[in-house]
Structures are given as structure tokens and as C-alpha cells.
Ligand binder design. Structure first.
Ligand SMILES: [Zn+2]
Length: 1035
């Protein structure tokens, strides 16, 4: 066709093409206006409203009342079920027929009692395809059900996405009708859209962009929207462009369908189950039509939910897993937080996840998949490798507020030297749309150009579910190999990582943690969830040890395999990356706290504390041969001298000094004895109103306002606190982040520091001597909040403990406690999973000052040569140690997404422990364990002989876990780790009748090359720094 050459005006040509497919402008005459043909109303719509999430069977029995499109219903979190009858006109023979359904809630279409299609306007899914090409023999009269949740893809935030949900929102169906869909128009529109995007994304500097511009302009010339016979000419022109191929060196993008579903976030766990159903059934529909489509899917918990709620869908998923299209990834129970769960919890995330994937799909995941959590522990590489995983995918560090992470493809080296091949998709997203922009970004942002020529692109709506669409698949299919764009292939994590591994010779290594320079408030927000996590981790630890030992003491004892698995799974679920960080709504918090401690009336629902306590009692009863005397159960593998509260029938309640004497005894059972202890413990109220407390190890002077005027380590004759400064100083900060309220504390909050000075009740002596000395005082934090604290000094105890109660009713404030100490060191040490690491105490570089708020577990320490101070805690995770001031973060008060976050009463403890030598030599690690794992009183017979099952010859090696092997009876798993950062040889002594022992991995698979040598002395084990060793002990 001859026409005038176009003028050199890029803008008019580009906009002309854009308007040709616009859904806003010129739809009367453009191509977009032809996408849908005739429409036809539904025969009838009736509805039924339910406050609960009920099954299809239950819903289908209800009385449905007539519904008119546009009518509103609700409120938020209810469910509206619709019954839809429709009749497709016979005249639509040969056409593609859709049920169009547009509503502001997420919906699921049910047909013949089965879920068939998820519908979400926000996820660009508003059609259920009734026929692709209507034939006479197809059913024309159909009845469907539509289950519509009264919440959007992102819940129901009031005003903004992360605002607290509006509980009274009303919902409606805006459109419900049958339409003819023109697939040819859709195809041609995709051609147009991709060419337009190429013009825009390649910009004015690229020759290829102009080729796209002239192609698309010529297509407009050729295409008459009202004459379908003109479409093929335009399409051929597009094809000619898209089929001009790349050279061999072009970058390859591995496209993988994905659907990030937060296991709970702005919606409760129960809604997530339906989100999985809606998203995954849609994926199955796409797989039926697109045999090359690959979808990656993480979180065993979500598979478990779908298995129990949608069994037919689960079978279909199993089918596509077998075909290699539906690919379970990650190997964990949920996509957990990467900072706060304990080492053992992280192991269990993989153990439960990998076991589930193996049972249901006959496979183990080879990659760890955690695209969306708020930093990654330096111990993860070792844990991954121990669980059969050597590849890792995430992208969250692209959210760093201060520094740009320097790699996309690299080796990540953990605390112990373990390495995993790591890939951050350079497009910096886990929810791409298959657009040109995504592909161009993937190439441009890649910081390993020339080293790694393969990248991942994950496409599909995410966070709230949704997943990929046919349009995304069509887009990617179109540009598989188009000159000027990266090569695109539908791929799997396995293929991607194999390619990266094959070309890994030039890759760089990043050593240590992957610290996210954002969301640092999540170490503190929702304090009760964090406390629940720490206490339940402790409880499960103790149950497993007591039950394992009970197995050896009492042949009739049954190890509670199933119950323990259920409790662990609840704990692991709450470690999801928006639950334990506290970045979730009030409803989620309520659910999470119920899992820790139930307020359920029904006994059928488990909670960890109630059911766990019962399991512990049963195990301890089997250990203590039952009886009415009191014994003590120590679940830690070392000697302990502690003051404990005693209560039993024979003696009045009171304090006892419990001495678990046997050298390095693991567990001793003996009557708690009131030892008359030669103690120098005394507490004296002085003339100036201050109180002097000392126990022979420490001497402290407490001011009237509860601050420490002095803290003296007697053996070293050394003052701990800085000159002119007070310890235990509470401080308040304004805490207004830029946007992510529950998530973020910004650097500028440090400029708003205000000491808490107003005394309500000055310090008074509660207990003046004997085994325990204590004082208490009350401060006013504001006119809304108060703080009462008991400061405790126990006989023989190397630390001072602060039992704290806070009535907290603040808004956007941050409460911390400070200890300025007489120590100078460029680095402070923080406990992490199975080890510790150092972070700077100065702010030299941007990488240093970006860590103004960091996370740690049970302790942090600031030491110079031969002297240091440790700050211990029993349920906190946020720390900052700047120069010589050690600060523990206590409570925050964000208002979104939970407007009531952290309001109410809090109880927590922390402790300060000055020491000589290094923290390793001073047993800081053991002290922090002691604070967190209280000695437990149990009933036993009066003649019970003290008994110890395990001990370890070296203090640096900690026996962390003892459990029955997943393989079953007669075998125990013990897990130890080197905690000092040293290479050592240790001997594990046991009094149990061990027949043989084998090294095994964290999934408890024995290593046939590594029998462990059992002698009368015990089992000799070699450790490198921070190495985790697991053994199978056959009894
Ligand atoms: Zn997420």
C-alpha cells in the first residue's frame, strides 16, 4: 500500500498507536472498542450472605434471595454466595463466550460443586470462559455459584492499602453478564501494546525502537477495527518484527509464573486459604491451555490448606507437579521471617516443608525461596546446605533505603563458611506482568553484566495472590527471541540455577548477613507475638528433651509425634514474614496469639502453651517416676545454681537455691533443696534514698528513679557504667516513619530522644536479703503510660535482672532502655541463630550508619580486651549499640495496619551482666540460655536419684536439640553447635544406651560415610567455628 512518508514526529506516531488501543479514548472507533461483541444478561442471580467462610456444600443448601447488579452487601470479611443461571444464545455458535464478573471483592466460580476459576478485578481476572468456540452440543443452560469474599486483593484498608481495615465496608457486583470475546482483537492488541512499549522503553537512542515505531504506525494504517479481515495483515507485520532474532550473546530471561501469597497480612489466615484456592485454580486453567507455562509455588502450609479445603484442586496440582509445570519451591513450611526465628525453628521450617513436599510430590526443593522478607540471617547458608539446598532466590534487598546492594548473582557465604549460589532477579520484583519494561529492567539493572548472562523474571499478581494471566503469557510468548530485547524462555528455578552454576567462575562472594536497610521496626512491633514465639520455642525445646529422655526411662511412654508436629506447625506458621515481624492487622494478631495461648473453648483446636504444657507434664511425670515430692528439670546441658520459686504440698511456697551439681549435668532430678547459702547478698536503703544491692559478685546503687548510679563488678574492682551516666535509663523517641508504619523506624527518630524521668513511686526495697534481693519503682512515661519495674539480684547470679511491666497507650512513640558502659570497642556482638556476629558501633560509612537499629536474639555484648558488658533479654529482638551505649528496644506504637498495635499491658525481662575476659570465657551465652530456659519444677517420687543424660566436654559446644528422629522409635536426633567461633574437639557424654551413632543432615538423613565413633568415653566430635552437627543415636 503506497502512502505518503511519515513526518519525523516520534510523538504523534507513538500517541496515535497508543490511542488505537486505549480503553479510555476513542473506544468508539479504535481496536480496543472491538474486544467484546454482543452481550446478554444472565437469566437470574440470587444471593446468600454469610458471616463465616463456609464450604460449598453448606452454602449450596442455603436459601438464596434475588440479587440485582449494583446492590450492596457486606460488611467486610463476610461472604456473599451467588447462584447464577445463564443461557447462551444459540446464535453465538462459533464464538468465544465469557461470563464477565466485575466486583470489588475477590470471587471464586464454582461449577458442579468444584472451584473452577478465581475472579479478581485488581488481579485483571474478570472473565470465566464458558466456551472457546461455542458448539451446538455444548451445554447452553448452565448454573454456577460465585463465592465472593467481602475483601479486596489487599484486604480492606481504610484510605490507604496499609491502613487498618474498614470493618463496615459495603461491596457490590458492578457487572455480571455474558459476552462474546474476540480473541483475534486481543491478539492484535497485544502486538500493538508490546510494540508501543518497545518504542517507549528503548527510548530515542535505539535504532530498534524506531523500527518498532514505524511498524506499529504501519499497522494502524493497515488495520480497520470494523473490518476483521484487515487484522491479519497488521498481525503479519508485527510478526515480522517480533521474529527478527537476537545474536548469540543476548541475555536470557528465565520467566517463571509466580503468585506471592502472604500467609496472613492485611487479611486473616482463613482468607489466605481461599486466596490460595482462587489463585491456584486459575493457574491450573492456564496450564490446560498453555503446556509450556511454568508456575513456581512456595510454602508447604498453603499446599496443606488447599489439600484439606479443595481436595480435587489438590489432585490437579499433583498432576501438574508431575508434569513439571507446577513447581513447589522453597522447601519451607512458610516463607518465614529471616531474622527472628531461632536456629532450631529455621531448621524445622525446612524439615516440615521438605518432608511435606516429599510426601505429597515425591520431591525435595533444591532452592530456598524467600523473595519478601526483611533481611536474612548469616546462618541461613549453613541451614540451607544442611537441608539439601544450595541455591537461594530473593529480591528484598532492592528495598534498601541507604545502600545499593552490589550484586544480583553471587555466592552468599554464611557464618561458618557455607556457600549458596544466590540470585536476586534484577527486575527487583516478584510480581512482574510480562511487559517490555520488566524485560528491559532485568537486563539494565543486572549488576553482574558480563559475569552472569541469565536472570529470573517472576510474573503474576502477588502479595494478595492473583497470579499470572493469559495476557502475561501471550506477551512473553511474543518476544521469546526478538532482536533488541533479551531472549525470554519459560523456565524453572532448576534450569536457571544450573545455568548460573555452569557459568559461575567469575561470580563474587558476599560474606555474612544480608541486612535489609529498611523495616527495622519489625524487630520490636507487636511485642506479644514476639514473646509468644520465644516462649513457645523454649517450651517445644523442653518438651522434646523431656519426651526423648522419658522414652529412655519409661518403656510405656509414647513420644507425642503427631501433637508435637501440630504444635511446631502452629509456631512455624506464626513465623510467617508478616506475622512475627508484626506487620499485620489486628485480626491476624488475634489469630497468632490464639495459636500461642488459646482462648478457644473447643478442645479440638490446639494451642502451643496449653497443649504444650500438658505434653511437658506427661513427659516429666514419666521422667520423675511420679510421686508427690518436688524435683527440678533442667533442659540445658550445664550445671546451674539458681534461685527458684518453690511451691509444693509439703513445704510452703518460698525461694529455694537450686543447685544442679553434677559437673556439666544435662538433666538432674532431685528434690529442690533449701541450701543455707553463705551469701553476702544484701539490700540497703541509704540515707539519700538510693538503694545499695550486692550479692558478692555485683554491687549496684539504684537511684530513686530506678536508674543505676553505679554497677560494680566486685572481682575485677571495676565500675561498669560510664562516668556521669546512669544505667537502666528509659528513653522515649518520636517514631513517625515515612510510610510503612508497623515496619519502619527511621534514622531521624534518634534526634528526638527524651529520658523518662517522672517518678510515681520511688525505689523501695521489696526483699532485703537471703537468696533474693529486690527493689521496685514506678515511672510515668506520659499521661497515658506507666512503667513498674522490679530489679532483682539473686545469690550467685552473675547478672542483674529487670522484671518490667508497662502499661502502654502511646501513639507513634518508641520506648527503649539504655546502658552507657565503660567499654570501648569498634564492634558489638549479637547472638543470631546457632552463633553470633559482630556489627560496628561507629558510623563511619553509609553501610555502618544504615544499621542504626539491628536485631539480635537472647543477648548482645560489648567487650574490650578482658572486660565487657552483656545485655540479655527474654523476648526482645531489637538492639542498637552506638559507641559505648547499649540500647534494648522495648515497645513501639504504630497505628497501621493494626490501629491497636501493642496497646495494653506488657511483661518482659532483661538483664545486665558485666564480666571479665571475653563473653565466651564469661559464659554470657550460658547465662542468656539460663534466663530464657527456666528450671522447671516437676513432681517426682521422694527417692528419685539425680540423673543426667547428656553432657558436653567443651563449653563452646552447645547441645541445642534432642528429639525423637522423624524416622521413628528407637532413634534420637541430637543437634549441637559450636557457639564461640572456634575450632574444637568435643566429647558428647551420654548415659543412654546408645548402640550406634551416625552423622546426619538437618533433614535427619544419615550420612553413610560418617559413622560417629561411640566409646565408653562418649562420642568425639570435631567442630569448626559455628558448625552445626546433627547425630542419629540408635538406642
Ligand atoms: Zn510477602
Amino acid at each position: 500500500m503506497y502512502h505518503q512518508p511519515v513526518l519525523k514526529n516520534r510523538r504523534t506516531l507513538l500517541e496515535r498507536a497508543e490511542k488505537f488501543i486505549s480503553d479510555v479514548y476513542f473506544t468508539d472507533c479504535n481496536l480496543r472498542g472491538r474486544l467484546y461483541g454482543d452481550s446478554c444478561p444472565l437469566e437470574s442471580i440470587t444471593s446468600f450472605l454469610s458471616s463465616k467462610r463456609i464450604t460449598f456444600t453448606e452454602a449450596s443448601k442455603q436459601n438464596f434471595a434475588p440479587y440485582k447488579v449494583g446492590d450492596t452487601f457486606g460488611p467486610t470479611w463476610w461472604t456473599c454466595w451467588f447462584k447464577v443461571t445463564l443461557k447462551i444464545p444459540e446464535s453465538w455458535r462459533g464464538k468465544e463466550v465469557h461470563l464477565v464478573w466485575e466486583s470489588d471483592g475477590e470471587a471464586m466460580v464454582w461449577r458442579d460443586g468444584q472451584p473452577v476459576q478465581g475472579l479478581t478485578k485488581e488481579g485483571e481476572k474478570t472473565s470465566y470462559i464458558l466456551s472457546e468456540c461455542l458448539k451446538d452440543e455444548e451445554p447452553h443452560s448452565i448454573t454456577l455459584h460465585v463465592e465472593m469474599a467481602c475483601n479486596g486483593l489487599f484486604g480492606a484498608g481504610q484510605g490507604s492499602m496499609i491502613a487498618a481495615p474498614d470493618p463496615k465496608r459495603k461491596f457490590s457486583v458492578q457487572r455480571a453478564e455474558l459476552v462474546i470475546f474476540d480473541r483475534d482483537v486481543r491478539q492484535l492488541m497485544t502486538d500493538f501494546e508490546m510494540l508501543v512499549d518497545i518504542v517507549k522503553e528503548l527510548g530515542e537512542g535505539e535504532q530498534r525502537g524506531y523500527q518498532a515505531l514505524f511498524t506499529v504506525n504501519e499497522m494502524v494504517n493497515l488495520c480497520d477495527p470494523f473490518d476483521p479481515s484487515s487484522f491479519s495483515k497488521a498481525h503479519s507485520l508485527a510478526q515480522k518484527f517480533f521474529s527478527q532474532r537476537n545474536g548469540e550473546s543476548q541475555h536470557t530471561v528465565h520467566a517463571m509464573g509466580h503468585c506471592h501469597i502472604d500467609s496472613a497480612w492485611l487479611w486473616p489466615y482463613e482468607e489466605t486459604i481461599r486466596k490460595c484456592g482462587r489463585s491456584w485454580v486459575t493457574v491450573i486453567r492456564l496450564m490446560e491451555k498453555n503446556p509450556e507455562f511454568v508456575f513456581t509455588c512456595s510454602q508447604a502450609q498453603q499446599f496443606q490448606w488447599v489439600k484439606s479445603w479443595y481436595s480435587e484442586l489438590f489432585s490437579q496440582i499433583q498432576h501438574y507437579v508431575k508434569k513439571g509445570q507446577f513447581i513447589p519451591v522453597g522447601g519451607t513450611w512458610v516463607e518465614m521471617d529471616g531474622n527472628l526465628p531461632s536456629g532450631e525453628s529455621m531448621v524445622r521450617q525446612f524439615l516440615e516443608g521438605q518432608r511435606f513436599f516429599n510426601q505429597e510430590f515425591g520431591m525435595h526443593c533444591k532452592e530456598f525461596w524467600l523473595p519478601d522478607t526483611f533481611g536474612y540471617s548469616a546462618q541461613l547458608p549453613q541451614i540451607m546446605q544442611g537441608c539439601g539446598i544450595s541455591n537461594f532466590l530473593t529480591q528484598k534487598l532492592s528495598w534498601n533505603l541507604v545502600n545499593t546492594f552490589p550484586h544480583n548473582t553471587f555466592f552468599w557465604e554464611g557464618l561458618d563458611g557455607s556457600k549458596v549460589l544466590t540470585h536476586f532477579p534484577p527486575g527487583n520484583s516478584y510480581e512482574m506482568k510480562g511487559k517490555i519494561e520488566d524485560l528491559v529492567k532485568t537486563v539494565k539493572n543486572n549488576k553482574d553484566k558480563g559475569r552472569a548472562n541469565h536472570s529470573a523474571a517472576l510474573f503474576g499478581f502477588g502479595d494478595g495472590g492473583g497470579g499470572p494471566t493469559q495476557l502475561m503469557l501471550d506477551r512473553l510468548h511474543l518476544v521469546q527471541d526478538t532482536d533488541g530485547l533479551p531472549r525470554v524462555r519459560m523456565s524453572s528455578p532448576d534450569e536457571l540455577f544450573s545455568q548460573l552454576q555452569a557459568d559461575s567462575a567469575l561470580l563474587c562472594t558476599w560474606s555474612g548477613e544480608l541486612f535489609l536497610e529498611l523495616h527495622n521496626g519489625t524487630y520490636t512491633t507487636q511485642a506479644q507475638i514476639k514473646q509468644g514465639n520465644r516462649q513457645c520455642e523454649t517450651l517445644l525445646h523442653d518438651i522434646e528433651i523431656a519426651s526423648s529422655l522419658a522414652l529412655c526411662r519409661d518403656r510405656t511412654f509414647l513420644y507425642p509425634v503427631e501433637k508435637l508436629q501440630e504444635l511446631w506447625r502452629l509456631l512455624l506458621l506464626n513465623q510467617f514474614h508478616d506475622v512475627i515481624p508484626g506487620s499485620c492487622t489486628e485480626m491476624v494478631v488475634e489469630d497468632a496469639l490464639k495459636y500461642y495461648e488459646g482462648t478457644f473453648s473447643t478442645q479440638s483446636v490446639l494451642d502451643i502453651r496449653r497443649d504444650g504444657d500438658a505434653l511437658l507434664r506427661e513427659a516429666c511425670a514419666a521422667l520423675g517416676s511420679k510421686g508427690n515430692s518436688t524435683g527440678v528439670f533442667n533442659s540445658l546441658p550445664w550445671e546451674r545454681h539458681e534461685v527458684i520459686q518453690i511451691q509444693d504440698d509439703t513445704e510452703k511456697s518460698g525461694l529455694g537455691m537450686c543447685v544442679l551439681k553434677r559437673e556439666r549435668s544435662f538433666t538432674s532430678l532431685r528434690q529442690a533443696c533449701h541450701v543455707i547459702f553463705l551469701t553476702e547478698l544484701c539490700v540497703t536503703l541509704q540515707a539519700d534514698g538510693t538503694v545499695l544491692m550486692q550479692n558478692g559478685i555485683l554491687q549496684t546503687v539504684i537511684n530513686k528513679n530506678g536508674t543505676l548510679a553505679s554497677l560494680h563488678l566486685i572481682s575485677a574492682n571495676r565500675e561498669t557504667l560510664s562516668d556521669g551516666c546512669c544505667g537502666n535509663q528509659f528513653v522515649m523517641f518520636d517514631d513517625v516513619p515515612l510510610y510503612w508504619d508497623a515496619w519502619d523506624v527511621m534514622d531521624y527518630h534518634l534526634q528526638t530522644r527524651k529520658p523518662v524521668l517522672e517518678v510515681v513511686q520511688p525505689v523501695r526495697v521489696v526483699s532485703s536479703g537471703g537468696l533474693r534481693g529486690s527493689v521496685s519503682f514506678t515511672l510515668r512515661i506520659s499521661d497515658k503510660s506507666t512503667l513498674t519495674q522490679e530489679i532483682v539480684v539473686d545469690a550467685t547470679c552473675p547478672y542483674i535482672k529487670f522484671n518490667t511491666e508497662v502499661q502502654w497507650a502511646e501513639s507513634h512513640k518508641f520506648l527503649k532502655v539504655e546502658f552507657p558502659v565503660r567499654v570501648r570497642s569498634p564492634n558489638a556482638t549479637y547472638e543470631i541463630q546457632f552463633g553470633h556476629l559482630q556489627r560496628p558501633t561507629h558510623r563511619n560509612t553509609s553501610w555502618d550508619w544504615a544499621r542504626f537499629e539491628v536485631w539480635g536474639h537472647k543477648w548482645a555484648d560489648l567487650s574490650e580486651h578482658n572486660f565487657g558488658v552483656a545485655l540479655l533479654n527474654d523476648c526482645k529482638y531489637g538492639y542498637s549499640i552506638h559507641q559505648n551505649t547499649m540500647t534494648l528496644s522495648l515497645l513501639r506504637a504504630p497505628k497501621a495496619p493494626d490501629a491497636t498495635a501493642d496497646m495494653g499491658t506488657h511483661h518482659f525481662s532483661y538483664a545486665i551482666m558485666p564480666h571479665t575476659g571475653s563473653f565466651q570465657d564469661a559464659s554470657v551465652i550460658q547465662s542468656a540460655y539460663n534466663l530464657n530456659f527456666p528450671l522447671r519444677l516437676i513432681q517426682c517420687s521422694p527417692d528419685t536419684v539425680p540423673w543426667s543424660a547428656f553432657s558436653v566436654s567443651t563449653e563452646s559446644v552447645i547441645l541445642e536439640t534432642i528429639k525423637q528422629a522423624e524416622g521413628g522409635k528407637g532413634t534420637l536426633v541430637v543437634r549441637l553447635y559450636e557457639s564461640h567461633g572456634s575450632s574444637v574437639t568435643a566429647t558428647l557424654h551420654t548415659t543412654l544406651p546408645v548402640r550406634e551413632a551416625w552423622h546426619c543432615d538437618l533433614l535427619e538423613r544419615p550420612d553413610p560415610t560418617q559413622p560417629a565413633c561411640v566409646t565408653s568415653e562418649g562420642i568425639t566430635l570435631n567442630f569448626s567455628p559455628f558448625q552445626i552437627v546433627s547425630l542419629l543415636l540408635m538406642l
